[in-house]
Design a protein around this ligand. Structure first.
Ligand code: NDP
Length: 254
């Protein structure tokens, strides 16, 4: 993993949870990191402060990923300040709300799909030309979900569908970008204890998830970090593209 030293990463949704853990882990391996966030300003500043206190280099950039013009701005700012983008982690995402089908609503469909699916393509559209111009390839790591495999928990079919889109688009983009030596993979977390579940899952629902996990515990953001380090590193995963790496304590074995 020595090859990560001096490389650059843009991590979306890095204010809390999995994205924050990934940004901190990348910086700890000597990467310079753009920490994207939307509404959790203090948390994003805390991630940057944690990285800087350990001697690393990071800065925060705000954008709502429902807004593709804001995505363009953030990628431009990240590139200006980092000088290059070697690794893009498309981690920003949200379940938005649990929605029984009888309450299905066009506006929620748009919101869930824009946050979780369209934003991934919008970030790739901006970053890929920069990676091509750099001429040394790159790594795009999308974030899917166990929901893409099992349909998700109660009322999460929209989110599950959006993550299914992410997994499938990952494979398609991997083929398109292979000639440019840009690898595209995804990490697919199982149930990870983050603000995501504070918002959308009751303690009872989390207990029921836990009962189905062979490793017999809910995951922590740091449990996901190894997969992101591996997929960022050309040394470790240079021959790996189009793959979905499941990090779920054995809860689902495809
Ligand atoms: P968190 O809620 O802790 O983090 C979500 C991140 O996404 C935050 O940084 C948040 O920014 C950002 N975000 C949400 N909506 C927007 C938006 N409209 N515009 C820009 N940024 C946005 O959750 P996790 O760490 O759990 O989630 C990270 C990823 O992992 C997501 O893609 C999620 O779907 C996926 N995942 C999570 C699982 C879990 O069990 N936790 C399981 C499977 C997948 P801010 O707070 O600053 O607004």
């Amino acid at each position: 993993m020595e090859d990560l030293k001096g490389r650059t990463a843009l991590v979306t949704g890095a204010s809390t949870g999995i994205g924050a853990a990934v940004a901190i882990a990348y910086a700890a391996r000597g990467m310079r990191v753009a920490v994207h966030y939307n509404s959790s300003t203090a948390a994003a500043e805390q991630v940057v402060a944690t990285i800087q206190a350990a001697g690393g280099e990071a800065f925060a950039l705000q954008a709502d990923v429902r807004d593709s013009a804001a995505i363009r701005r953030v990628v431009g700012e990240a590139h200006d300040r980092l000088g290059a983008i070697d690794v893009l982690v498309n981690n920003a995402g949200s379940l938005v709300k649990r929605l029984p089908i009888a309450d299905f609503d066009d506006a929620v469909f748009d919101e869930v799909l824009h946050i979780n699916a369209r934003s991934v393509l919008a970030f790739c559209r901006e970053v890929v030309p920069l990676m091509r111009a750099q001429g040394r390839g790159g790594s795009i790591v999308n974030v899917s979900s166990i929901a893409a495999r099992n349909g998700g928990g109660p009322g999460a079919y929209l989110y599950a569908g959006a993550k299914g889109f992410v997994s499938t688009a990952t494979r398609g983009l991997a083929k398109e970008l292979a000639p440019d030596k840009i690898r595209v993979n995804a990490v697919s977390p199982g149930v990870i204890q983050t603000p995501f579940h504070d918002r959308f899952s009751t303690p009872q629902l989390l207990e029921s998830f836990k009962a189905a996990i062979p490793l017999a515990r809910i995951g922590e953001p740091d449990d996901c970090v190894g997969a992101f380090l591996y997929l960022a590193s050309e040394q470790l995963s240079g021959y790996v593209t189009g793959q979905i790496l499941e990090v779920n304590g054995g809860q689902y074995m495809p």
